[in-house]
Design a binder for this molecule. Structure first.
Ligand SMILES: [Zn+2]
Length: 385
């Protein structure tokens, strides 16, 4: 399997990037956009490997799995810098550091590749620091910025970048990928592909992890269980609790590793005593871990709401007689019942309520439980149902 294979359903992107690595249409600044899970960072890494490959231009397809390709993909290539942040914003100091290293001549013969995975989180100041270097690039430097949409970057930056747009892959392509490269049985692959709505990582998790499937099922079967106010309140609390549990599972190991690194850096382990500077450093670490945990919970809730929304969308599709595959074919009975006992107009209003809650949670920092309770209430059956 070549790393281009991880870019599911992105043939035009693969063609553009392999051509550029071979010298056709190469430029010094790139902007990769695409919805979450479409493979922006995989695309950036594959491109970096193609640029550094000593089999000139063959990149991740290079038959010899050359040293350059191998080290790029392992994250240890000296001329590939990759920035991803767990923080809410990427500041000017970090960008200045990057700009400094971008100006160095590459150790190897080819490029100095700078990848910023969360370019949408650059502060205005950081954007401006970046702009200067993109306007006057050093000959061997390539910047690859990744963001969900072009609107996430200042116009001055995006106008200087060559745009590469990853699209949401088709369910059939995702299912094929899971079956071919992950050894997933066809029926399970088809379910996971549909349920993930084009998010490759999510599709993989759904195909390979039963707990993930069960958690999703809890969410998508909610509409039939939301029969009265008490059920709505319970559903809100349960969704938040499940999100906390899942987020905790993701961050616990990372938190522990960071704490161990900090202890090691201050010699806390060997000497068994704590230097004066340790306490503030520990407090700063705990604060950033807390921020990250909060964000993870919000992200998990957000994904749950996307799943929930898909049930109402399916019901609308059935209600309006639209043809096409259901996202939730695995609970087709529930969806049909929902479609039969309500109207497309009411379900559209429910989708709006879910979108409203997502916005409150993700953009306006409304307490998650509050937003969920209010949303669940508006999902209850009305007299007109
Ligand atoms: Zn190679």
């Amino acid at each position: 399997m070549s790393i281009w294979d991880t870019l599911v359903g992105q043939r035009p992107v693969i063609d553009t990037l392999t051509a550029a690595a071979a010298g056709r249409g190469m430029t010094h600044a790139w902007l990769f956009t695409g919805p979450p899970g479409s493979g922006r960072s995989n695309a950036a890494m594959a491109f970096a490997a193609a640029l550094q490959c000593d089999q000139a231009g063959q990149g991740p397809d290079c038959p010899h799995r050359c040293h350059d390709c191998h080290t790029v993909l392992a994250g240890s290539h000296a001329d590939v810098t990759r920035v991803r942040t767990e923080k809410l914003s990427l500041g000017v100091e970090e960008v200045r550091d990057l700009v400094r290293s971008s100006a160095l001549a590459p150790n190897g013969r080819r490029w100095q590749v700078m990848i910023i995975e969360d370019a949408d989180r650059l502060t205005d100041q950081a954007n401006n620091a970046l702009l200067k270097t993109i306007e006057e690039p050093t000959p061997a430097t390539v910047w690859v910025l990744c963001a969900p949409t072009v609107e996430d970057l200042l116009p001055t930056i995006r106008s200087r970048c060559r745009l590469v747009t990853l699209s949401t892959p088709m369910a059939a392509d995702v299912a094929d990928h899971l079956a071919r490269h992950q050894g997933v049985a066809p029926a399970l692959a088809a379910y996971a592909a549909a349920a993930s709505q084009g998010h490759i990582g999510r599709a993989k998790a759904l195909a390979t992890d039963e707990a993930t499937r069960n958690r999703r099922r809890e969410v998508v079967t909610l509409p039939t269980r939301l029969t009265h106010l008490g059920a709505a309140m319970t559903a809100a609390q349960n969704l938040l609790d499940a999100a906390k549990e899942e987020a905790e599972a993701i961050t616990a190991a990372l938190d522990a590793r960071e704490k161990a690194d900090l202890d090691a850096a201050y010699g806390v382990v060997e000497r068994g005593k704590r230097p004066r500077e340790y306490a503030p450093a520990l407090a700063a670490l705990q604060k950033s871990q807390k921020t990250r945990a909060t964000r993870r919970v919000r992200d998990v809730v957000d994904r749950g709401l996307t799943d929930l929304m898909s049930v109402y969308r399916d019901a609308i599709a059935i209600g309006t007689g639209a043809h096409g595959d259901l996202v939730n074919a695995d609970i087709a009975g529930d969806v049909r019942q929902l479609a039969a006992t309500t109207t497309p107009e009411l379900n559209l209003r429910r989708i709006e309520a879910i979108l409203g809650a997502r916005e409150q949670i993700m953009e306006f920092n409304v307490p998650v439980l509050l937003a969920l309770e209010s949303m669940m209430t508006s999902l209850l059956p009305t007299e007109r149902d």
